[in-house]
Design a protein around this ligand. Structure first.
Ligand code: HEM
Length: 481
């Protein structure tokens, strides 16, 4: 009888041992490289640490999610689970450099599943492949000589915007107006739509999209994710009508082949001679309108906020912009040379982008197992890089909360520390375009007014872009003529 139990018991012990081994391996504590996984917690099943990740932003301090964990684990790389994915968060300049230099080697661009659902591509390819197509298309539209032509257009839209939305008002709310401004410019330059009522009709469904993209992807009535999907469908339908009309206008010679990015997309074929479908173009323009207006409107809003709080910085910007005003004839629009003179104003805008980066960071997908800083990063995991990990780090930017545009004088901050536009091959292709529209905004703003905040300590919400909770109401004091 005993002889029967010995092998049974040994088998049981072996079985339990292998189960532990499997569990240990599955928990990724011990990888082929021999290195452990980064420290950190993966939270609840599926939800993981998404709530902590998102809610620190809703409370206005998204950097808390990162800095708490860096302190807890004494590591610039930690693991978590967000938006339904195993992820490693990479913090600091060395991590940024590593990620941005290993694009398409160890990592590639990745968006949460929610993005593919909000923007289901008409071509049935992933958002990743669509982004590659878009990157090829954009340089033509955003190249320096094209950008130079936009300065005058942006200035004339800015003038109309300030005349209709700000002039003759004692009090205004900045954020909705900044959105109208950047959206108006995008509509004009991307699809030649400039009639205010048509711009307003297109803008209306956009507000639901940004917060739905970075959310827990639960598609039930009333969830942010659900409203984002519905809104993106509505906008795509409107864009589709504009595209159809443009095709007719191009055929009848009523529209120019170079008038905007829409004509460019309709008339440019890929290397195989294939043209993009109308639905595909609608997807691309939708992506550009989102990428191109929400980010810049957040930046413009924070310019207004910081200039209201810091009179000496306002004075510096005012002085620089008034020199430009004085150098121009009556009614003469801004040009490229004027933009080059706005050095101090751009340093101020950079300091705004450091303290309130419109995008908090970005995701990558791991293409192959690799080790970094002694930790194993498994294939298939997602990596999240974050702007605040350097922007608000006192070792990189001493007194990080102090608003100090002189940080950008001379050669400026060390490489990979100031990353509001990302870095490496995926760096924002709209960076220069954004610089122009922010500077044109600043010019038109300070030459008209001084202002003060109506709510002195208005809360900031980051969802996913930073915005003052009440939209930044201000009281305007126009300069005397
Ligand atoms: C202040 C304004 C802006 C900021 C802060 C900003 C920031 C960023 C960042 C951080 C990325 C890279 C994300 C990553 O590494 O994963 C990015 C990508 C991108 N941005 Fe911007 N952006 C701005 C304005 C614009 C504008 C005006 C446009 C279009 C005209 C634009 C179009 C794009 C596109 C298409 C991508 C994706 C590039 C790719 O996947 O290769 N952005 N932006």
């Amino acid at each position: 009888m005993e002889l029967f139990f010995v092998p049974l018991f040994s088998s049981l012990v072996l079985f339990v041992f292998f189960c532990f081994l499997l569990l240990f391996y599955k928990n990724n504590k011990w990888r082929s490289s021999g290195a452990p996984l980064p420290p950190g917690q993966t939270g609840w099943p599926f939800i993981g640490e998404s709530y902590e990740f998102l809610s620190t932003g809703w409370k206005g301090y998204p950097e808390k999610f990162i800095f708490d964990r860096i302190a807890k684990h004494s590591s610039n790389v930690f693991k978590t689970s967000i938006l339904g994915e195993h992820a490693a968060v990479f913090c600091g300049a060395a991590c940024n450099k590593f990620l941005f230099s290993n694009e398409n080697k160890l990592v590639q661009a990745w968006w949460p599943d929610s993005v593919n659902k909000v923007f289901p591509s008409s071509t049935q390819t992933s958002s990743k492949e669509e982004a590659i197509k878009m990157r090829k298309m954009l340089p033509n539209f955003l190249k320096p000589d094209a950008l130079q032509r936009y300065v005058g257009t942006m200035d004339s839209i800015a003038r109309r915007h300030f005349e209709s939305g700000w002039d003759n008002k004692n009090e205004i709310v900045v954020f909705p107006l900044a959105k109208t401004y950047t959206f108006w410019i995008a509509c004009k330059l991307f699809v030649s739509v400039e009639e205010p009522s048509q711009v307003a009709k297109l803008l209306e469904p956009f507000s639901a999209i940004a917060s739905g993209i970075i959310s827990v992807p639960i598609d039930l009535p009333g969830t942010p994710f659900n409203s984002a999907i519905k809104s993106s469908k509505r906008i795509r339908e409107m864009l589709w009508k504009i595209i159809k009309q443009r095709k007719i206008d191009l055929a009848e010679g009523k529209a120019s082949p170079t008038q905007d990015i829409l004509s460019h997309m309709l008339l440019t074929s890929d290397e195989n001679g294939k043209f993009m479908s109308e639905l595909d173009i609608a997807d691309k323009i939708l992506g550009l309108l989102i990428g191109g207006h929400d980010t810049a409107s957040s930046a413009c809003t924070f310019v207004v906020k910081f200039l209201a709080e810091l009179p000496e910085i306002y004075d510096g910007v005012y002085k620089e912009q008034m020199e430009i005003v004085k150098s121009k004839g009556p009614g003469e629009l801004l040009n490229w040379d004027d933009i080059q003179k706005m050095k101090y104003s751009w340093n101020v805008a950079c300091e705004v982008l450091r303290l309130a980066p419109p995008l908090q960071g970005g995701f990558r997908e791991v293409l192959t197992d690799f080790s970094y800083n002694g930790f194993s990063i498994p294939k298939g995991w997602k990596i999240y890089w974050t702007a605040n990990s350097t922007h608000r780090n006192s070792e990189v930017f001493p007194e990080p909360l102090k608003f100090d545009p002189s940080r950008f004088e001379g050669t400026g901050p060390p490489p990979f520390t100031f990353v509001p536009f990302g870095g490496g091959p995926r760096m924002c292709p709209g960076k220069e375009y954004a610089r122009l529209e922010i500077l044109v905004f600043i010019h038109n703003l300070v030459k008209r007014y001084k202002w003060e905040k109506i709510i002195p300590d208005e809360k900031i919400i980051v969802n996913p872009m930073p915005i003052p909770a009440k939209g930044l109401p201000i009281r305007l004091f126009p300069h005397k003529a």
